[in-house]
Design a protein around this ligand. Structure first.
Ligand code: IMP
Ligand code: MG
Length: 183
């Protein structure tokens, strides 16, 4: 995409995202039946989704973040990731909902989630909510309890997702296409 300005083809419109998030919020609200929830976002991509999702959930809740980073080489092929920021809050006895923007190979979720780790820290329960799922790219098994949309193997941006640090602020999810455009 050097030289030419890319343009973004809309994959999931703002309306489609917001409608699905309202559904997810209702489902989560029903499933937890009034129990308090600790929502844990994986930085940075999930921040936009998390901020809309929590406002669609009618439960007493708090949220926290963890951050994951790659070790040098391409995370997507190497699967080498490390925990950059741990939780500030204790999860003991709490119902934890991990929120991720997109599950691709599954490595990021595997590390942050560390179901074993969360259980060792005595969470009452641990579930996962991902806005997007790209199952064709999966390398490690991760359970997704609440999924917004299943998508094909395309690189998407917007609504928190970036391409080289750009496009996170788009209100929709789109696919970056090379060629003329003003994006
Ligand atoms: P995984 O560790 O391979 O599952 O990748 C998850 C992380 O990779 C996400 O949190 C995103 O930050 C990034 N990622 C994966 N696919 C995409 C994409 O299509 N667009 C933007 N970021 C992506
Ligand atoms: Mg991310």
């Amino acid at each position: 995409m050097e030289g030419e300005k890319p343009f973004i083809e809309v994959l999931l419109s703002e309306e489609a995202l917001q409608a699905r998030i309202r559904e997810l919020g209702r489902q989560i609200t029903d499933d937890y039946a009034g129990q308090p929830l600790l929502v844990i976002g994986i930085l940075k991509g999930s921040a936009v989704f998390l901020s809309d999702l929590i406002r669609a959930i009618d439960l007493p809740l708090d949220y926290d973040f963890v951050a994951i980073s790659s070790y040098g080489a391409d995370t997507r092929s190497s699967g080498i990731v490390r925990l950059l920021k741990d939780l500030d809050t204790s999860i003991e006895g709490r119902h934890v909902l991990i929120v991720e923007d997109i599950v691709d190979t599954g490595w990021t979720l595997r590390l942050s989630y560390l179901a074993e780790n969360m259980k060792a820290r005595k969470a009452a329960s641990v579930k996962v909510c991902a806005l997007l799922d790209k199952p064709s790219r999966r390398q490690v098994d991760v359970g997704i309890d609440y999924c917004g949309f299943v998508i094909d193997d395309v690189f998407v941006v917007g609504y928190g997702l970036d391409y080289e640090g750009r496009y996170r602020n788009l209100r929709y999810v789109g696919v970056v296409k090379p060629g003329p455009g003003q994006a």
